[in-house]
Design a protein around this ligand. Sequence first.
Ligand SMILES: [Ca+2]
Ligand SMILES: [Ca+2]
Ligand SMILES: [Ca+2]
Ligand SMILES: [Zn+2]
Length: 348
Amino acid sequence: MTRRTPRGLIAAATATAALLAPAGAASASGAVPAPAEPQARVFMVNPVQSSGDQSLSDAKDSADAVPASSYASAALRNLDGSGGLSGRWAYIRSETGAPAKTADVGKYTRHDDQFEQVMAYFWVNEAQEYLQGLGFGSELPGANNRAQPVRINQWGADNSFFTDKKAEIRFGKGGVDDAEDAEVIVHEYGHAVHNAQVPGFGTSPEAGAIGEAFGDYLAVEVGAHADARYGWPLKADLACVADWDSVAYSAAPHCLRRIDGNKVYGDRVGEVHADGEIWSRALLDIRGALGARVADRIIVNAQFGFAPDTSFENAALTTIATAQRMYGKSAADAVRAAFKAREIPGIQ
Ligand SMILES: [Ca+2]
Ligand SMILES: [Ca+2]
Ligand SMILES: [Ca+2]
Ligand SMILES: [Zn+2]
């Protein structure tokens, strides 16, 4: 496969026009052209976030449950040309329904099993492209820069998870199908990133909470970046994670979790998702102080230095030191302030 140069906003915009040329047309030189990028129907993060309509509901996976305006057309990039959802950064397998065909990705609705396969491919690719854009995999070490295996199966409960045995992400179909919400997809991808950075990461309660927090934060960040990149609407609170998956189990405004809460270290309850809200708020504050790009380069780069069973204190100290090394004292002070506000021990 030819190596692609990073795409900026202009390149992304012109890609749509380029696709109007006949697919697979031979170039004048006779060289075999790169496979055309099929235009897929995808949710703009999720239908609640893009519409602001908190009354949407799953309606047993009915196509009519969301308006046609919930979908956008977007290129599936980095495919390997096999005709299936296999590419440079993602490899999708499904145990429900036939495998999606790239020739048909513009037709699927949420009622089609193939829609979740397309969403998983698109958003895993989008997340890795975001990390690549931050320099991970070029200027900085790669952070899960490989084809991520993803499996979609019928597990009844809402139980998407990352299995570090196979380094595989799995999405279930409880309530709203998990892979209909980009923030669920990218949350799980966050676990894959952590595990690629530090094999076995998350063996202590605090490390586990950091893993959940980073997944939530990355989900919000990649969605916000895509909204800006493609001009998609963002009509829900930025800090709300999984606005669509959570319609089945939360009151409006629907959120699985938030990343802008006020929990501090003393509020820990020993449950990784709940305690993760302490850490994710700190990450959001770092973003607020330094901007998304600088914040995320520090946050992800620091994670290479976390022990698998790290404490909040040690991870915070590593993140502060990483900020100091990459951007100097004022950045380190901003990172320190974010952790101090969460009353992380040892952070003054
Ligand atoms: Ca569905
Ligand atoms: Ca679900
Ligand atoms: Ca959201
Ligand atoms: Zn998780």
